[in-house]
Write a protein that binds this ligand. Structure first.
Ligand SMILES: Cc1cc2nc3c(=O)[nH]c(=O)nc-3n(C[C@H](O)[C@H](O)[C@H](O)COP(=O)(O)O)c2cc1C
Length: 318
């Protein structure tokens, strides 16, 4: 594959990025993806500062390729995380869930490449103004926390690509090389893949959660808790409890009370499939097995290249 704006920006082989995911993407996954030619990301949103330090140190030992840290700006000890990232010379940071103006200049002054995650054109433009190097545009299909507008990846990618100059990374619903190619034809320079990597061998997700993702079929997830932070979840018992509360007219406080603290950890990391918050995208319905991250990367790139060849032949020549 030739170089493009994303492979050049990150100095990687493939424009395929493994998403930073709380409780799922530690150093084992990030280094495996980076070693396979993509960009691996450590998800720092579920890590105490000393844990993040350990993961960065281990990642550096496990790969000589570039890797990144995902930094949700809601994180309470964000300044400590940033100090660690700068001290340990992490080359790339993906920020999310906050205003891109807050930390971009500090990170860039330290020589770090900064990418911000958005779910609307408005915030993509704000990110460009804030001086980030690229944006991830995440559609409604995506697993985890999401925007309130419910804009799908198919709509969001071209809408952003025609309006901004910096590279665009598509996210949400991408689990195959064909989906990767589709979003790149729509104007993306690369893709960020989350859900598909939950079921990698190296993901730190609990085996119960990995198996549950594999079992999740068409229509198995829903975006909910919009009054707090919209999040896409598997429709397990916890999800049903939230829906019952909605039916009884629960307000924001009541919903926050039901959610409580630590549910994502309980479900995704500790394996409680009943009471846990199980974050995954719609693409779960196309994930059928647990396999090494390097195989996922290789498979997606083979599929991508085969799809390009298919297009070049006469299949789409109307
Ligand atoms: C379990 C899980 C945890 C996530 N945690 C984060 C996070 O900590 N920070 C973030 O920016 N995005 C997070 N996301 C969103 C991903 O980074 C990514 O954009 C999304 O998964 C892409 O959509 P897909 O799941 O359809 O591939 C999470 C997604 C999942 C599934």
């Amino acid at each position: 594959m030739t170089e493009n704006r994303i492979t050049t920006l990150f100095n990687i082989k493939y424009p395929l990025i493994q998403a930073g995911m709380i409780w799922c993407s530690g150093w084992e996954l990030a280094s495996a993806v980076s070693n396979a030619g993509g960009l691996g990301i450590i998800g720092s949103g579920s890590m105490y500062p000393d844990v993040l330090r350990l993961h960065i140190e281990k990642c550096k030992k496990a790969t000589d390729q570039p890797f990144a840290v995902n930094l949700p700006m809601l994180y309470p000890s964000i300044e400590e995380h940033i100090a660690t990232i700068i001290e340990l010379k992490v080359p790339i940071v993906f920020t999310s869930a906050g205003n891109p103006k807050t930390w971009t200049s500090k990170l860039k002054e330290a020589g770090i490449t900064v990418v911000h995650v958005v779910s609307s054109l408005k915030f993509a433009l704000k990110s460009q103004d804030a001086g980030v190097d690229a944006v991830v545009v995440e559609g409604f299909e995506a697993g985890g926390h999401n925007g309130i507008d419910e804009t799908t990846t198919l709509t969001l990618v071209p809408a952003v690509a025609e309006k901004i100059d910096i590279p665009v990374i598509a996210a949400g619903g991408i689990g195959s090389g064909k989906a990767m190619l589709a979003t790149m034809i729509l104007g993306a320079d690369g893709v960020q893949v989350g859900s598909r990597f939950i079921t990698s061998v190296e993901s730190s997700a609990h085996i119960n959660f990995k198996n549950r993702v594999v079992e999740t079929g068409d229509g198995g997830t829903r975006l909910t808790l919009k009054e707090l932070t919209p999040v896409r979840l598997i429709q397990n018992e916890f999800y049903q409890k939230v829906q019952a509360a909605y039916a009884e007219g629960a307000d924001k406080e009541k919903l926050a009370d039901i959610l409580g603290r630590g549910r994502a950890k309980k479900g995704m990391f500790e394996g409680d499939m009943i009471e846990g918050e199980l974050e995954v995208g719609q693409v779960a319905s196309t994930i059928h097995e647990i396999k090494p991250a390097a195989e996922i990367v290789a498979e997606m790139m083979q599929e991508f290249n085969a799809a390009v060849e298919e297009i070049k032949r006469d299949k789409f020549n109307f």
